[in-house]
Design a protein around this ligand. Structure first.
Ligand code: BV8
Ligand code: ZN
Length: 246
């Protein structure tokens, strides 16, 4: 992590008026939640996450998929927001417009105090009726028993209220994210491999509308070529330094 990159990122954000942030699993890694990349260690190593995170996967084996989400939900419930989440929450008030767009379903940005968070892919702590009859459980502790439990209204299965591969994002949510990106003068991209669409298209859209792009990621990503600066560091280390005095 070069001081020069931190300084460059800080310069770009200092004085910026409209900031949009896109985060991925990397921002929660320091909270002990494995990224998608390294999620497949241990128990779930033999499963393809895109297969588990799909309606085909759920139909093929509802208990398996439900248990996978239950295991992830338990990790999320134990986890605490880290310095990266907190730096983003604290920085918001310093900008005319600050929109936090996340691919994460862990709810840690909101728990860190961030407002105006756009959860592109839903939230793992919520469950809903697989048949979309409208039943939603916001509190995992209120879930009926069963793996998966049955919907109390139509007896179909319950499923996690997340966007699965092959499923459309909520058009209202996506439209809000696209507007925040194309309105922004700076787009901060933190902890994402930028391989999943339409989320990965947001920094490109921001760039096309004249925004400067700042990336924070210890590794290279496909987005690096469009960035004004790539800060090769972990979010929990870099974000407090970049955002502290802007
Ligand atoms: C859809 C919720 C209509 C569920 C998720 C265009 C081109 C190609 C493919 C497509 C396309 N359009 C659509 C597709 C298909 C597909 C897609 O993008 N496939 C990919 C794999 C190629 N998209 C969809 O299916 C979307 N729906 O488009 O519907 C449609 C349908 C079919 C065909 C056409 C159109 C729905 C996508 C949403 C799926 N749901 N999550 C759940 O969580 O269980 S996606 C899920 O995976 C996450 O939400 C996230 O989006 C993604 C994982 O990416 P990251 O978060 O970036 O995590 P990753 O582990 O990959 O990387 C971590 C990064 O952090 C790394 O770079 C690492 O270096 C860095 N890092 C590590 N530690 C740190 C760190 N950084 C900072 N600090 C650290 N400490
Ligand atoms: Zn139902």
């Amino acid at each position: 992590m070069s001081g020069a990159d931190i300084e460059r990122a800080r310069q770009i954000l200092t004085g910026a008026r409209r900031v949009a942030v896109l985060t991925g699993a990397g921002v929660s890694a320091e909270s002990g939640i494995p990224t998608f990349r390294d999620a497949q260690t241990g128990l779930w190593a033999k499963f393809d996450p895109a297969q588990l995170a799909s309606s085909e996967g759920f139909r093929a084996d509802p208990p398996l998929v439900w248990r996978w989400y239950a295991a992830r939900r338990a990790r999320v419930s134990e986890a605490k927001p880290n310095a990266g989440h907190r730096a983003l929450a604290a920085a918001a008030a310093r900008f005319e417009q600050f929109t936090l767009i996340t691919q994460n379903v862990d709810g840690l940005h909101v728990r860190a105090g961030s407002r105006n968070v756009i959860e592109l892919h839903g939230n793992i702590l919520r469950s809903k009726c697989f048949a979309e009859c409208g039943v939603v459980f916001a509190d995992p502790d209120a879930l009926p028993p069963g793996e998966p439990p049955h919907c109390p209204r139509c007896k179909s299965f319950l499923r996690p209220d997340v966007v699965w591969f092959g499923e459309m994002l909520d058009p209202v949510v996506l439209e809000r994210a696209e507007r925040a990106a194309t309105d922004s003068s700076v787009m901060l991209v933190v902890g994402t491999s930028a391989l999943v669409y339409p989320a990965a298209g947001l920094p490109l859209a921001a760039r096309r509308h004249g925004a400067q792009v700042v990336i924070v990621n210890p590794d290279e990503t496909d987005l690096d070529p469009i960035a004004d600066v790539c800060v090769r560091a972990r979010a929990g280390e870099a974000l407090p330094q970049i955002l502290a005095t802007v």
